[in-house]
Design a protein around this ligand. Structure first.
Ligand code: PMV
Length: 310
């Protein structure tokens, strides 16, 4: 009853922000993402009657909040398989966690897959996505591959993600640019609770389905300019909602904003690159494969950048 799983993080092009059911993590809107091969979590889960309690190690540490969240997730999977066995979990991220790079997405996807396999639950992709969602919403999107839509659904059984375009449909690259090594102060799950207090949230919910349809159309047509405009606008819209909630939060650092401005000036010079940022300060630069080197050269010229991951 010991299995190891690997999952990739994903970047939401259309974001998940706000839940209709906090406990079941049912979102207020559909979201759309692609997986990131450079950001991965590898997790080993072992269930055994020799363990007297759960033992959880994430990135070599035992942060109490993270451990509690993993134990809660294991409890759900244990009740699904009608076992009371405790587990040993060892999870390692290939990238900094708590910086808005969605380690919870790859983390809970890998945990779900490893634990369900160790428990012989034999779940299909849809069911794995549902189970991963219960650990972290965005983890539902790290189960299927390629360009993925998470359908908000009406209840737990209908809220899951699946592939819309396969992995190699379009040569789009995400370069994660780490602008600071500070950890974000407010976890996403806390900040998300207040989404509906923003006066702009109702308008967002009115328009978001249309935005996803347009994005899918531009992916289908491989129209990078239109695709990028939607992605960048969506990022700014989510951060505007977050900043106008009560309580209000600002995740963006001066370095984040500085890089956003630079991206726009690079576009003015003819380089097709767009940005998106999750609840953190690091910036995802999105370009076509043919432009990777040009974008990397621009990044190398900026002093405050710590590192980048393709
Ligand atoms: O799944 P969580 O709780 O990490 O929330 C993810 C929320 C955003 O990253 C901000 C947006 C998204 O859809 O990934």
């Amino acid at each position: 009853m010991k299995k190891t799983a690997l999952a990739y993080s994903n970047i939401a092009l259309i974001k998940y922000w706000g839940k209709s059911d906090d406990n079941l993590r049912i979102p207020l809107n559909d979201s759309f993402s692609f997986n990131l091969s450079g950001l991965k979590t590898i997790t080993t889960v072992e269930f055994s009657d020799k363990f007297k309690k759960d033992d959880i190690v994430i990135d070599g540490g035992k942060n109490a909040n993270e451990v509690a969240r993993v134990v809660k997730h294991l409890d759900g999977l244990r009740s699904l398989s009608e076992t009371k066995l405790f587990a040993k979990v060892i999870s390692q991220n290939s990238f900094p966690s708590k910086a808005g790079l969605s380690s919870s997405a790859s983390g809970f996807a890998a945990l779900t897959l490893a634990a369900c396999t160790a428990l012989n639950l034999n779940l299909k992709e849809k069911e794995l996505s549902i189970q991963a969602r219960l650990g972290s919403g965005s983890a539902s999107r790290s189960i299927p591959g390629g360009f993925v839509q998470w359908y908000k659904g009406e209840n737990s059984d209908s809220s899951f993600a699946s592939t819309v375009f396969p992995q190699n449909y379009w040569g789009i690259v995400d370069i994660v640019v780490v602008v600071s090594d500070v950890q974000k102060k407010v976890p996403t799950s806390d900040a998300q609770k207040y989404a509906l207090t923003s006066p702009f949230m109702s308008k967002r919910l009115e328009l978001v389905d249309g935005k996803i349809e347009s994005l899918k159309k531009y992916i289908q047509q491989k129209n990078f300019q239109k695709f990028g405009e939607i992605v960048e606008g969506e990022c700014l819209q989510m951060h505007a909602i977050i900043a106008t909630q009560s309580p209000s939060f600002i995740y963006l650092l001066p370095e984040t904003l500085s890089l956003m401005q630079k991206v726009r000036s690079w576009r003015d010079e003819g380089l097709q690159v767009f940005f998106t940022v999750n609840t953190g300060h690091d910036v995802h630069l999105i370009c076509e494969e043919k432009d990777i080197e040009k974008v990397q050269k621009k990044i190398q010229e900026i002093k405050f950048i710590k590192r980048s991951i393709i």
